[in-house]
Design a protein around this ligand. Sequence first.
Ligand SMILES: O=C(O)CCC(=O)C1=CC=C[C@@H](O)[C@@H]1C(=O)O
Ligand SMILES: [Mg+2]
Length: 369
Amino acid sequence: MKLTEIRLQRLKMKLNNPFRNSISAVNAKELYIITAIDEAGIEGYGETVAFDTPWYTEETVATNRMAIESWLIPLLREKTISHPEEITELFSVVKRNQMAKAAVEEAIWDLYAKQTETPLYQLLGGNRTKIAAGISLGIEPDVKDLLKKIEQKVIAGCPRVKVKIKKGWDMDILREIRRHFPTLPLMADANSAYCIRDLDYLRQLDEFDLMMIEQPFEDGDFADHAQLQRAIKTPVCLDESIHSLQDVRTALELGSCKVINIKIGRVGGLAEAKKIHDYCFARNIPVWCGGMLEAGIGRAHNIALASLPGFTLPGDIGGSAHYWKKDIIHPEVVVTNGEITVPKSPGIGYEIDRDAIRKYLIEEQIFPL
Ligand SMILES: O=C(O)CCC(=O)C1=CC=C[C@@H](O)[C@@H]1C(=O)O
Ligand SMILES: [Mg+2]
């Protein structure tokens, strides 16, 4: 592929809607835009998705930077690759650091798609022209604020709403939501707020006809999740537990869940995300595309991935305006009647908004290959 340069740009972007879950509150996002440049000057883009502190997984903005600069860029100098699928193997000498690997791999997929004049979604095997855009709503100071936000999304045609729960903000809140929206496709995400001692308490979830309960227990608790899934009818979905196809195999063989949330960053890139999709699709296990409060480049990659046929459930992929005053791509991602049209131009299908990037830029560095 003859890469000549990798550019790192660190941005800081303030969120329109500060996002609170069971562990953390995110008001602004810092991220790296990774640009992979070839000898013809074609540019491919990727985005890091880790947060400032390691509350979601062990990675952070700072560890992403260190991994990319210290280990991943040197590996790109060692070997010329001819296809982005070779990146997983090339980076395999570095343990984990999935979000760092994914951001670089995304940039190389976008570059390859542009070199071959193919839309990224087609390159990945996607066949949807539109994807369903669900929304994830954080914990609010008052349930009335949450009900108002849900109502706005329902009026706009949102196909499903996900709410965050934790101890003290769970059964009563879900009951109240159901009182106002009895048939709304609804799910709840606990971000590991519970443990196996809460099993009896969690049986109450079956009252609310939820599409699923996402990540009730800790990351490594496959056996406990299996025990819970045996005890409740509500499907368990795993998010933080899934770092690779191997984790999906473990979860499905133990019966730890019935649904998988795929996040490109959490599983180390698009190639692994596609492998997980293919594995689940062959076994009729529904998957959906999770979100990490991405800016436009990460969101564009999510849209391409979510066009694959096994993504049968709406993802956490809101429109740009839900997150940012001004996104870093144009056109911005727009949700119409609960759907996003998958762009058809080569690569990720969106242009970079250089003025917006300049506005958010804190630091830039170029690494020759
Ligand atoms: O809109 C999005 O990008 C999804 C936001 C969202 O629900 C999450 C983002 C990051 C971490 C979590 O709090 C949560 C999730 O667990 O899915
Ligand atoms: Mg989650």
